[in-house]
Design a protein around this ligand. Structure first.
Ligand code: ARG
Length: 574
């Protein structure tokens, strides 16, 4: 059990024994040292129900609490809080156990089948910054789920279908038949290709007609147009993969299940909704009216499932995807890591999916929403000329800037080593800057703050890691049989932080909040630095040195595992 789970369980029992069965204690980290390590709330609410004096009930809870194996001291504060001081010997035991455990003291959870849907760019265009956020956050969430022992499926729900592919395939054919004739070259810059196709479309009536014909041909499965479409999608996906590789993101071709894969199922979904009596015809279109959502006039909102011309929509595909994810994949939880602006869309999809029985109650569907990445001018992030920023170029710049930093800091390292470090630092900085903000808030993309060696940044944590690791290079050896003894306050504080790792991972997984992992690691690094100042390691001796080395060792391991869950790499020197 995690520390919080254990304490909660013990105080639930203590409340019951004190005459308040069923009362829920709320155990929280105390926040201030004078409140001890944890504070137990919930006694006051229970006392109110029982019409008891809260301090009296608190006293009874303290008397009945069976916590002598974990707790050194309990005291009652204010109107009925219980402040709890953990026993250092117990903390030491937890650190020992964590060190002996490949999962570092994080208990595996009952195995669930979890899908994280993330990245999901539209392949007609280049990936943009909105997809950067989804990619980084989604990948971290998938890693956290995997760490907890769940079966994780990653889904890249790319937008690979729609009328624009008529124009794009028609233009691709033109390019291939032309003098230059190299499709790869032409598609090197998708934005540019799109622009050219559009210009052509607007200027050349014959081409525009052909483009429209291609839409029809594509939809009816014409082999020639389909082959062009496949080639286009293929090249575009390879652009995405270049970004994934650079980002150290675990998304591959096997994870791609684009919108087009649901095509054959769309009429089936529409029929099914009709049979279930959920569809209404509205101005020729097939819609589902949802009483749960009202428009400004107070009328039920209509979600369009099929247009009057027979065409299907974004929502239709998503309904089909939910059905597939239940019927075929039998998932327990699906996390959609998508821009917050699509919130209403997902609420509608989830509501319809429940009504239609595509997702049973026990299948968790959640929109893991995130805000917008802003430029330093406070406006949505763009190039200086106002265009979309090519992600590959952004990441190249991160590496280049990190290379300058590493070179300033450590010019003696070889060029190759500096490049390698710069890759990890630059990419780590971009990812961490994103992950460390609460995902639903907008944030300002700033090179200087993300690459700072001080503060809540990736370079700070990576550097802290190298400091710890360097201790072990200095002729000291760890004795696995040595005991951990916590005497100094800084030792105790570090051990407490280490013992809280499991709760941090659990919360991040439950609420899909990677910023809390960042905060945890930042606090860990801070506690470590304090410990390292106050408690000499290399200059100490014997059992004291061994105990401190063990704290260092676990700190490094937790730091590495925590950063790995964020998709950030560590190194031995920087
Ligand atoms: N392709 C969409 C976009 O770029 C994101 C897809 C989100 N996922 C979904 N199941 N609708 O905006």
């Amino acid at each position: 059990m995690t520390l919080l789970q254990l304490l909660t369980q013990r105080f639930e029992a203590a409340l019951a024994a004190a005459g308040a069965p069923g009362a829920q204690p709320l155990v929280q980290p105390a926040g201030k040292p004078e409140f001890g390590d944890y504070q137990v709330n919930g006694v006051m609410a229970a006392a109110k129900q029982l019409k008891m004096n809260p301090r009296e009930l608190a006293q009874k809870v303290v008397d009945h609490a069976q916590v002598s194996d974990l707790v050194a001291k309990l005291d009652i504060a204010g109107p009925g809080f219980i402040n709890l001081h953990l026993d250092p010997a117990y903390l030491a035991r937890r650190v020992e156990q964590a060190l002996a455990d490949p999962k570092l003291g994080v208990p595996p959870q009952p195995k669930r089948k979890v899908m994280v849907e993330y990245s999901s760019p539209n392949v007609a265009k280049e990936m943009h910054v909105g997809h950067l956020r989804s990619t980084i956050i989604g990948d971290a969430l998938a890693r956290v789920q995997a760490f907890l022992g769940h079966e994780v499926l990653r889904a890249n729900h790319v937008g690979d279908w729609g009328t624009q592919f008529g124009m794009l395939t028609a233009y691709l054919l033109e390019v291939k038949q032309g003098a230059a004739g190299d499709a790869d070259m032409a598609l090197n810059d998708l934005e540019e290709f799109y622009r050219q196709a559009k210009t052509h479309f607007d200027a050349d009536a014959a081409f525009a007609t052909r483009a429209r014909e291609y839409v029809v041909k594509l939809q009816s499965g014409d082999p020639e147009v389909l082959a062009l479409w496949r080639q286009f999608v293929d090249i575009s996906l390879s652009h995405c993969e270049a970004v994934y590789r650079k980002l150290n993101v675990q998304l591959g071709r096997d994870d791609v299940r684009g919108e087009s894969t649901y095509n054959d199922d769309l009429p089936v979904v529409v029929n099914d909704l009709r049979q279930q009596g959920l569809l209404t015809e509205d101005q020729g279109a097939q819609v589902v009216f949802l009483d749960e959502f009202k428009n400004k006039e107070g009328e039920a909102l209509a979600c369009i499932i099929q247009k009057s011309d027979g065409g299907y929509l974004y929502a239709t595909t998503d309904l089909s995807a939910v059905r597939y994810r239940h019927n075929t994949l039998n998932l327990d939880r699906v996390m959609y890591v998508v821009d917050a602006r699509q919130g209403l869309h997902f609420q509608q999809i989830f509501t319809i999916a429940r009504k239609a029985g595509y997702a049973p109650e026990n299948m968790v569907l959640e929109h893991v929403a995130f805000g917008t990445m802003m430029g330093e001018d406070g406006k949505p992030f763009k190039t200086r000329s106002g265009g979309t920023v090519k992600l590959v170029e952004l990441l190249d710049e991160a590496e280049e800037r990190a290379y300058q930093l590493v070179t300033d800091k450590n010019p003696a390292l070889s060029e190759a080593t500096r490049r390698q470090i710069a890759g990890k630092v630059g990419i780590g900085a971009v990812k961490y800057a994103d992950l460390s903000k609460h995902r639903t808030s907008d944030y300002i993309f700033s090179w200087d703050s993300m690459l700072a060696f001080e503060g809540n940044t990736a370079p700070y944590l990576q550097y802290a890691y190298t400091r710890i690791r360097s201790i072990f290079g200095k002729g000291v050896a760890l004795d696995a049989n040595a005991a951990i003894i916590l005497t100094e306050p800084a030792e105790r504080a570090l051990a407490l932080q280490l013992a809280q790792f499991a709760d941090a991972v659990y919360t991040v997984a439950r609420d899909a909040v990677p910023h809390l992992m960042c905060l945890y690691l930042y606090q860990l690094a801070t506690q470590f630095m304090r410990f390292y100042e106050a408690c000499p390691v290399l200059k100490s001796e014997g059992s004291v040195q061994q105990s401190r080395l063990k704290l260092c060792d676990l700190t490094a391991k937790v730091m590495e595992a925590g950063l790995d869950m964020l998709g950030i790499e560590v190194m031995e020197a920087m």
